[in-house]
Design a protein. Structure first.
Length: 284
């Protein structure tokens, strides 16, 4: 436990420093001219801005406005979409994995083939098809299934979360299937069978807990993959979220503080996960 806390704190400090150094890179360029000596001055100015976040401003055609406290609603909206989609994908991945292993071999092979093919579909196509289906259904029935365009005073959740969930669900499902197959070949499974446990009990009580550790180890890559898709989802659904906020307000200070605030909840999630894993398995 102490090792995990010290290692996590060290990683946190290095990551924060790295994000700040990255955020100051635009100061090295003046138009098309590269000026390395401007980097230090820009970096010091950026640190000063971060230490006084209440003074941060963003500029629009209508004038200049303070970043805080309005930023918090944008930030919480995007985090809700991101983490809700991740946890839904995790639950669906577990359900589908159990379902596939309880099916006859011939049926489960077909389902795996379908999931592999569906995984190759681009995220952009999934979002566009979802929007076209809702519009087509509305034109045919005059029933709007879901609101799929967000406004400042009216936020949409269901369809963006659904679009963010599809491919992570398939990624988690693939990880679970590969690891569950490996676990089913181990000796403890034969021991459980000899005690009269049925297939579902073996999968639920023994195989699944072991494979969920592998999902956690891969969840860092899955979450960053989802974060890269968040910009596309926010743009196509007209969501005023954190990624579009960064895109529309390209100031180094706004970019840096946004990246820091995105990093902190992910860091806490993985640190708590490491601690829980250590208590569960006794491994670092």
């Amino acid at each position: 436990m102490p090792y995990i806390i010290k290692d996590s704190l060290f990683s946190f400090v290095l990551s924060v420093i790295g994000i700040i150094l990255l955020g100051a890179i635009p100061f090295m360029f003046q138009g098309m001219t590269f000026q390395a000596n401007m980097y230090v001055d820009g970096l010091l100015g950026l640190i000063t801005s971060l230490l006084n976040p209440s003074d941060l401003l963003y500029f629009t055609k209508g004038g200049q406005y303070p970043v805080f406290p309005g930023f918090w609603s944008i930030y919480s909206y995007s985090l809700t979409l991101l983490f809700a989609a991740f946890f839904i994908a995790l639950v669906l991945g577990v359900i589908f994995a159990l379902f596939i292993f309880l099916m006859p071999q011939r049926v489960s092979n077909k389902i795996r083939l379908f999931s592999f093919v569906f995984e190759s579909i681009p995220d952009l196509l999934i979002v566009i098809l979802m929007q076209f289906f809702i519009i087509w259904f509305f034109k045919k029935t005059n029933i709007l299934l879901f609101q799929f365009v967000s406004f400042y005073d009216q936020k949409t959740y269901f369809v963006p979360i659904l679009c963010l969930t599809v491919l992570p669900t398939l990624l988690i499902l693939r990880i679970l299937l590969l690891n569950m197959e490996d676990e089913l070949g181990k000796l403890y499974v034969d021991t459980a069978k000899s005690k009269g446990m049925n297939r579902f009990q073996i999968l639920w009580r023994h195989v699944l807990p072991n494979t969920l550790l592998s999902v956690f180890h891969q969840s860092r890559n899955i979450l960053w993959f989802m974060l890269s898709n968040l910009l596309m989802v926010e743009y196509l659904f007209h969501i005023h979220g954190i990624t579009t906020y960064i895109k529309d307000n390209g100031e180094p200070a706004i970019f840096t503080i946004s990246m820091l605030l995105l990093f902190v909840p992910m860091f806490l999630f993985f640190t708590l996960g490491r601690i829980a894993t250590f208590k569960w398995t006794g491994e670092k």
